[in-house]
Design a protein around this ligand. Structure first.
Ligand code: THU
Length: 147
């Protein structure tokens, strides 16, 4: 699967977002080492702060489908999902909470992830290493001194 196909899957997933409060639809596509593709989208609710982000939605599905440690590649896209295709020109950037959840999977997998961050229309793509998105992050490896 090419980067473009993975981003296309994230953009398509964003169209399944439930985001009536923010109007901002995010999709995330995660490819497993075995070639299985899972997706997720943000899901808001009337208690605004309790919504679920696309990345965490997809990570949950990835955990069930092939396990967090077997994640191969990740793409995220966000924008306006009210039309037939996701639109918007600015590359989405994973929120702080999602960076933390991605760090958990990254440390389980034993390697730094590259996150493909796309604009809604897919025209803008940024490739970020997770270690740049969450430098000096606190993950499972940091609990090694726990009693
Ligand atoms: N959102 C995500 O799904 N992922 C991110 O990394 C950034 C933000 C969602 C949360 C909320 O439903 C909407 O985008 C606006 O913040």
């Amino acid at each position: 699967m090419t980067d473009e196909q993975l981003i296309a899957a994230a953009r398509a997933a964003a169209l399944k977002a439930y985001a009536p409060y923010s109007g901002f639809s995010v999709g995330c596509a995660i490819l497993g080492e075995d070639g299985t593709l899972v997706t997720g989208a943000n899901m808001e609710n009337a208690c605004y702060r309790l919504g679920i982000c696309a990345e965490q939605s997809a990570l949950t599905t990835a955990q069930h489908a092939f396990g967090l440690k077997n994640i191969a590649r990740i793409a995220v896209a966000g924008g306006d999902g009210s039309g037939e295709a996701l639109s918007g020109e600015q590359a989405v950037s994973p929120c702080g909470g999602c960076r933390q959840a991605l760090l958990e999977a990254s440390q389980l997998a034993g390697r730094d992830f590259t996150i493909l961050c796309a604009s809604g229309d897919g025209s803008r793509i940024e490739r970020h290493r997770l270690s740049d998105l969450i430098p000096h992050g606190f993950g499972p490896a940091n609990l090694s001194d726990a009693g």
